[in-house]
Design a protein around this ligand. Sequence first.
Ligand SMILES: [Ca+2]
Length: 307
Amino acid sequence: MQFLKRSPLLTAFAIFVLLAAIGWGGFAWSRPGPQQPTSAVPTPTAVPTPTAVPTPTAVEVSAPPSPLVAPSPARPPVYGYRVLSVLPHDPQAFTQGLDFADGVLYEGTGLYGASSLRRVELESGRVLQQHDLDAAYFGEGISVLGDRIYQLTWQNGVGFVYDRESFQPVQQFSYPTEGWGLTHDGEQLILSDGTATLYFLDPATLQETGRVTVTLAGERVTRLNELEYVDGKVLANVWQTDSVLRIDPATGQVDALYDFSGLLSQAPPFTGTVDVLNGIAFEEQKGRLFVTGKLWPALFEVELVPR
Ligand SMILES: [Ca+2]
């Protein structure tokens, strides 16, 4: 840089050129490359930040009423409820299936490592008989038909058939969807898979014999979960809501809606985590309808009340 010593003017010019080069270079580095469209580079502020998405296990007792129960002339009639009795329920039972057969209550529970099939004493909630599933399986809906008990799993694609008395597994079957709820109409099993579809299965072959899409005022209703067949209709509680739909199995149309908002608040005081309403069972002999939820400490006998 000997030339810098020769003239202050040259020195100033050299510094100017150097600064200009650095400035231009910095600008050049900040320019978008050819792969980045200049007008559509998302800024950090344009990226939606994750919000508190409710998890399946985080629905509060005081959850606001589901939009499903919003009154509308185009919608089917809505029923409220009256609690007739409050019975104990194992608060460790992540209820996924609930069914009566000949006055005996059966329950299926979920979660990996905690899934089971149970026979339960109605009045006390005591577990009288239990078969635990392998920890690889997440138990779902159950249905008792004849001398067999059927149990779905969530994402294993496998169902189990048990001897009703011994709870011994006698058969496995597979299905291509997820398994959510299960009931029967006396002749066919009826399965839900979290979508708006109900599937009908032959209980002997366990092959699909038909399906129907469930609609409410013309709109498909998804997240159909635990099922119960009552007086020619299929009841389905809708996951993460306090709503139960009454469905005509021939058409899939919802012809009534039961709103169980606030039901758990009628349980005796309790501590511990609870999850969503899930589990409907109808005792045909006495015409009694029972509802509970996952990890709920109570099982409710309810009577429907027109609004
Ligand atoms: Ca049921």
